[in-house]
Design a protein around this ligand. Structure first.
Ligand code: SF4
Length: 357
């Protein structure tokens, strides 16, 4: 049981940790030592912090806590993707996914980590498993960073790795709409980016949104070097209203205005994610609409052949249809990639996360 009066140290930066230890009558550098244990060595037990005096470890354990989420379950795909079911102290659960970036040399693999930002999701995209169970709560910055630390610790236990830092990229594309939990997401980015701690470069971080215009406008002014990914999925309002319900609040015109503003402010290339649903959004007309919208912008398109979800009526298009759509877009002058499918056999692919046992 988490004692309510204990101070949570997960999610706290170096200067706050220094202040915390001085409030206990200890020297400031003890704060830096604890910081290193948490964010570099993935340690959540004060008793394992071997360079702290024994009495201090006991004192810390009395007054503070570091609540890494518990790994309840992990599944490993045949392509090396790892999905973790994580549980927070209040028993709320999310899933997080580690996607290997290279397969040629087992030991040399580095991973991209897909983080969740909410328990469930209030957006309710028509094709997505996460939305099926509704929304429960936002995660704190500490909990988001905890996903990173628990996953890395578990990975290091299970895989012999060459790199001290096996996670090279972080994408905020798991469960939830990151922009609806804006402040905690931004705070978590600063913690992940801190070069004295986890040290993930800002350019190696991607925030994805289903199209929250206010969030995009705010992010444009943050002076961060992260990548913005926008889940487009349809290029006319009628269809997008059905597939991505946030479109009813922020239709394509306002979404694209916000994206233009973002590019003008940051001069950074935006990625449009586009899930390909058979017989739904991959016609010639859909391609033409997308070309019209995206071509004038500094942007890439990432096509994601649908990963089927039990209970939902959508299907993945056949290979020739995927290629046909891709070719139309390329001929229309867009920068397009087709996302390689990872982890579909363990329901870890895009849109498949549900935090089921
Ligand atoms: S696709 Fe993303 S925004 Fe849409 S319901 Fe799923 S988790 Fe939420």
């Amino acid at each position: 049981m988490v004692k309510k009066d204990k101070i949570e140290l997960l999610g706290i930066g170096i200067s706050e940790l220094e202040e915390f230890v001085t409030s206990l009558g200890e020297a400031r550098f003890r704060g830096r030592q604890i910081h290193k244990w948490i964010y570099q060595k993935d340690e959540d037990s004060f008793y394992a912090m071997s360079d702290l005096p024994k009495e201090l470890r006991a004192k810390l354990d009395e007054v503070a806590i570091i609540s890494f989420p518990k790994v309840l379950k992990q599944r490993v795909s045949k392509d090396g993707t790892r999905k973790y079911l994580l549980e927070f102290p209040d028993k709320k659960r999310v899933e997080t996914v580690l996607i290997p970036q290279r397969n040629d040399n087992e030991k040399d693999i580095r991973y991209s980590l897909c983080l969740s930002t909410q328990v469930g999701c209030p957006v309710g995209c028509a094709f997505c498993a996460t939305g099926l169970n509704g929304f429960q709560r936002n995660l704190t910055a500490g909990e988001i960073v905890g996903e990173f630390l628990s996953s890395r610790r578990e990975l290091k236990k299970k895989v012999k790795l060459k790199h001290e830092q096996p996670i090279s990229n972080v994408v905020y594309m798991g469960m939830g709409e990151p922009m609806f939990n804006y402040d905690e997401v931004i705070k978590s980015i600063y913690i992940l980016n801190d070069h004295k701690g986890i040290n993930i470069g800002q350019r190696s971080i991607t925030i994805s949104t289903s199209g929250d215009v206010k969030g995009i406008e705010k992010l444009a002014l943050e002076n961060l070097q992260v990548t913005l990914a926008v889940s487009l999925h349809a290029c006319d309002n009628e269809l997008r209203d059905k597939l991505v319900p946030i479109n009813r609040k922020y239709p394509l015109e306002s979404l694209f205005k916000a994206v233009e503003f973002y590019i003008a402010q940051t001069n950074r290339r935006v990625t449009f994610e586009y899930v390909m649903l058979d017989d739904v959004n991959i016609s010639r007309k859909d391609a033409d609409n997308m070309i019209k919208l995206v071509k004038p912008l500094l942007a890439n398109v990432n096509l994601i052949p649908y990963n089927e979800v039990e209970g939902l009526p959508y299907q993945k298009p056949a290979k020739d249809k995927i290629l046909q759509f891709y070719n139309w877009l390329v001929e229309g002058g867009l920068n397009v990639t087709i996302r390689e499918e990872k982890g579909a056999d363990i329901e870890a692919a895009c849109g498949q996360l549900q935090a089921k046992r």
